[in-house]
Design a protein around this ligand. Structure first.
Ligand code: NDP
Length: 491
């Protein structure tokens, strides 16, 4: 395939969500150029695999150092292209670098060949399992955590020995390009992180460009499209989708701490977090205290200082619709209301109370600084309501006693007890959900294995007196086998 001149492709602009100013322009990769990029990545993948875990570890740690050195630059870009406040950008980078470090240092230990017991019947076999890279992974990322989220796939896929073609969101291509540039600076000569820019069409092209696996992070609706696009070629898919995470407050909880966490979980990153807290179920004995304190603290938070604008203009309509629908169905606006939605901001947190469970603000992903606070009889009922969602990403429980038991009953992939959003920053924990929140895992040992094919190998060590899997066997062999099987399985 001939190389595509990127200059010949149409270009699109990335804009500052606050001022609307153009930041830069990028090519819209089409089917042909995406395929060419996948071919490029594939050519580079064999040498990357041959480096082994120790070799890749050195290079990935060098990438981490380059990113750490250029931290002020990426924080400024995240503020500009993504609208994040500095604190949110720094927190995102802290978690992202932690994951890169962990993946680089642990891939060998988790994925290397190891001997496993071969069992009595196969005692003459030396059995091993190892985790081999797929080859080329297509990573499709969202805009809300434009570094941390793609890096949850990129770092682990690269550490496992794959090459990657990375398609960032059309809202954050400059941040995606920064990731690719820093990689090229730290790891010259290994063309294993290839950037493809464009819109949804470019993402769709990547799904059918003969990659070995797609790691998709985004909405449930687009996730379903990705799954359908990958089905004809049986390309495996990892889906990290949206959420409608709930926080359950038990009657014995530290109410002030729960309020602080609820507001931070709802408003950090302007509420644009897949695992952000969107619903709170408070046990009746502490409900009024929680709501009063929550309202008091919410009134002190400000858009522009404590959290940034809503990055995607269309999302403001969704946020307003959810607030309107909640109020029309009998919910109460305790802080803010529809008037809080003033493009490009939601001016301050919107706290809604007593919102019917069938309203959009309870059922659908709001993706803004909006918190629904509902009363339940006790924490058990809170968990039941939390679980009555199509999504199942994360969640939180505040309780002085029995928190772990409540956490166990949450139908989600992750839960924080007496805190919120703590799990994404623990690198050895798997991240991912169930139900409409998707399947597969990033982060931790499971996240490394997600980008590999388990390979089972047996090596015959010696001949056994019992011949079974050969036509040289005799009737006596089979009689002996029967006696042996009966003996082993009767114990
Ligand atoms: P989208 O689903 O709109 O887009 C995600 C990515 O898919 C973008 O790069 C997008 O490109 C691309 N895309 C769009 N159409 C297609 C297609 N037909 N085939 C392939 N790719 C396509 O999500 P958002 O970017 O709006 O991100 C927000 C969503 O992501 C929320 O639902 C959030 O909860 C979820 N999310 C989940 C996380 C998790 O780990 N579970 C983490 C972070 C976010 P383009 O932008 O150019 O259209």
């Amino acid at each position: 395939m001939t190389a595509i001149d990127a200059g010949a492709l149409p270009r699109f602009a990335t804009l500052d969500p606050v001022t609307g100013e153009e930041i830069d322009t990028f090519p819209v990769d089409d089917e042909r150029s995406v395929r060419e990029k996948v071919d490029r990545a594939r050519r580079a993948s064999a040498a990357w695999d041959r480096l082994g875990h120790a070799g890749r570890r050195q290079l990935l740690l060098a990438w981490r150092r380059v990113m750490a050195r250029r931290l002020p630059e990426i924080i400024a870009l995240m503020e500009r292209e993504n609208g994040k406040v500095k604190a949110d950008a720094l927190i995102e980078m802290t978690a992202a670098l932690t994951h890169l470090d962990w993946a680089a240092r642990h891939s060998g230990k988790v994925l290397r060949r190891r001997r496993v017991p071969s069992g009595l019947l196969m005692a003459n076999q030396y059995a091993t399992v190892e985790y081999r890279p797929f080859g080329v992974i297509g990573v499709i990322g969202p805009w809300n955590y434009p570094v941390h989220t793609p890096l949850g796939s990129l770092a682990y896929a690269l550490a496992a020995g794959n090459a990657v073609v990375f398609k960032p969101s059309e809202y954050t291509p400059a941040i995606g390009a920064w990731l690719a540039d820093t990689f090229a600076e730290a790891v010259p000569g290994h063309d294993v992180l290839v950037l493809a820019t464009g819109d949804g069409g470019t993402g769709a092209a990547l799904c059918t460009a003969c990659v070995d696996k797609i790691a998709f992070t985004g909405s449930a609706r687009t996730g379903a499209r990705v799954l359908a696009a990958c089905a004809p070629s049986l390309t495996p898919v990892l889906l990290e989708l949206g959420g409608k995470d709930a926080l359950v407050v038990a009657a014995d909880a530290d109410v002030d701490a729960a309020v602080e966490s609820a507001l931070w979980g709802a408003c950090s990153n302007a509420g644009q977090s897949c695992a952000g807290i969107e619903r709170v179920y408070v046990a009746a004995p502490v409900y009024e205290r929680f709501l009063g304190r929550c309202a008091e603290r919410a009134r002190e938070l400000r858009a522009g200082t404590d959290f940034g604008p809503v990055t995607m203009p269309g999302q403001l309509d969704v946020i307003r619709r959810h607030i309107d629908d909640a109020l029309a169905r009998g919910g109460r606006a305790v802080v803010g209301g529809p008037e809080s939605v003033r493009p490009p901001y939601v001016l301050g947190p919107v706290v809604l109370a007593d919102v019917p469970e069938d309203s959009a603000a309870v059922r659908e992903e709001t993706f803004g600084p909006v918190l629904v606070v509902n009363r339940v009889a006790d924490a058990e009922e809170g968990v039941e309501r939390a679980n009555a969602s199509a999504y199942g990403l994360g969640g939180a429980v505040f309780a002085r006693r029995g928190g772990l038991r409540l956490a166990e009953r949450m139908r989600t992939g992750m839960v924080s007890v007496n805190d919120v959003l703590s799990f994404p920053a623990v690198p050895s924990l798997p991240f991912g959900g169930r139900g409409a929140s998707g399947f597969g895992r990033i982060h931790g040992p499971d996240g490394l294995r997600e980008f590999t094919v388990p390979k089972a190998v047996t090596r015959k060590l010696f001949d056994v007196p019992l011949t079974v899997s050969s036509y040289a066997r005799g009737a006596k062999d089979m009689q002996r086998l029967q006696r042996l099987v009966t003996f082993i399985n009767s114990r």
